[in-house]
Design a protein around this ligand. Structure first.
Ligand code: PLP
Length: 400
């Protein structure tokens, strides 16, 4: 026994990171891998954000920052919440961290005790579950079935809440399904939450700007202001501004919660790197028009992928209205065998065989709590998507 902490039992590398790593190994062996596994925009960081970072480094903006975020960034975030979400947060109701992921980590670690429950509309982004478990909490899944466009029903939510519920995590547009939450559904969810006064709600709005077909994004604290003192509104620059590597996430929430989250952060990373903060200020305060242009580009890719996948017998793909993922169902493929003799007994078997036999990297639905599905990220070029879907079709048709 090497004495590792019990809290790490069952916590491993995420399935999408594992798939990306495996694809890199195969690529290094000389195979031409089509990567549809990574949740990362293929667009560049806006040049004005890069320039602001260079300027910050050159001008000596290189000292320890305030732990909760530099005032200039907190003001830019405050203005962003007002502009995009009609939410008015005071500066001490805002926290900046190393990505939305650290915000979520700070929140769960600062609030969860053993025995607490975290309610996750399912499928869900895997990190919510692992972070909640690290905090000692138990996960309660609320299925959001494909027949309901992977949306959360208010009745199902109501049934999942118990006296032990600490958090509900909402993530629309959703990773991995791309599902969005229309305002009328959000109002019904809010009605349920008004009844359960002990529940905190985390709304992860990281895909806010990636919505299609004129879908109107809304967020809980704005839809129901009476919930605002129990809502943590989480966001960041990673997805919309193609700034995944800069590691800037932020949130708005009740002052006492922000204070304890800041205490958590103080004993891990302290304030985040100053140069990335300068870049984030430029991204949030600079031109926003390109967000719509990029969303239009993503929408075209979505349409292509959905039509190519639905043309494959045995694959059923819904049309999501947000994020850059599709989550096709593959029930008809389960129980079959590949030309190389692999038995497909689960969606994990399906994605592994697809990678090994056709060199296409995707992620199994089991990683997100709902099977048999697999996740495809379409944050990549049209050519890659065409070739990836062609190989998936060949693979599915070859199953016996
Ligand atoms: N939330 C969701 C739903 C995500 O899909 C991701 C990244 O994949 C994150 C948060 C992490 O964002 P960040 O890069 O800001 O840590």
């Amino acid at each position: 026994m090497r004495g590792f902490a019990d809290r790490l039992n069952g916590i491993g590398i995420s399935a999408s990171a594992a798939m990306t790593d495996k694809a890199s190994v195969l690529r290094a062996e000389g195979l031409k891998i089509i990567s549809l596994s990574s949740g990362e925009p293929d667009f560049p960081t806006p040049s004005h954000a890069v320039e602001a970072a260079v300027e910050a480094a050159r001008s000596g903006d290189t000292k320890y920052p305030p732990q909760a975020g530099k005032p200039a960034l907190k003001k830019a975030i405050q203005a962003k919440f007002l502009r995009d979400n009609n939410l008015d947060y005071a500066l001490d109701e805002i926290l900046v961290a190393n990505g939305a992921k650290q915000i979520i980590y700070n929140a769960m670690m600062a609030t969860c005790n053993p025995g607490d429950e975290v309610v996750l509309p399912t499928p869900y982004w895997i990190s919510y579950a692992d972070i909640a478990r690290l905090g000692g909490a138990d996960i309660v899944q609320v299925p959001c079935p494909a027949e309901n466009n992977f949306r959360l029903s208010a009745a199902a939510l109501d049934a999942a809440i118990t006296p032990k519920t600490k958090w509900l995590v909402l993530n629309f547009p959703n990773n991995p399904t791309g599902a969005c939450c229309p305002r009328k559904d959000m109002e019904a969810i809010a009605e349920v939450l008004l009844k359960h006064e002990h529940v905190w709600i985390m709304t992860d709005d990281i895909y806010e700007h990636l919505v299609y077909d004129d879908f109107q994004f809304c967020t809980l604290a704005e839809v129901e202001p009476r919930l605002k003192d129990r809502v943590l509104t989480v966001n960041g620059v990673s997805k919309a501004y193609a700034m995944t590597g800069w590691r800037v996430g932020f949130c708005g929430g009740p002052r006492d919660l922000i204070a304890v989250m800041n205490n958590m952060q103080g004993q891990s990373t302290s304030g985040i790197n100053t140069i990335a903060q300068a870049a984030a200020v430029a991204a949030l305060e600079g031109p926003q028009d390109f967000l719509r242009e990029r969303a239009t580009e993503y929408q075209g890719r979505r349409d292509l992928v959905v039509s190519l996948l639905n043309a494959i017998p045995g694959v059923e793909c819904h049309t999501p209205q947000g994020a850059f993922y599709v989550y096709p169902e593959i029930s008809d493929c389960i129980g079959k065998t590949t030309p190389e003799g692999r038995h497909i007994q689960s969606d994990a078997d399906f994605v592994m065989a697809l990678l090994e036999e056709k060199q296409v990297a995707t992620v199994q639905g089991a990683a997100y709590g709902m099977s048999p599905f697999f996740r495809i990220s379409y944050a990549t070029s049209i050519e890659t998507l065409r070739e990836g879907c062609r190989r998936i079709e060949e693979f599915v048709l070859s199953l016996k």
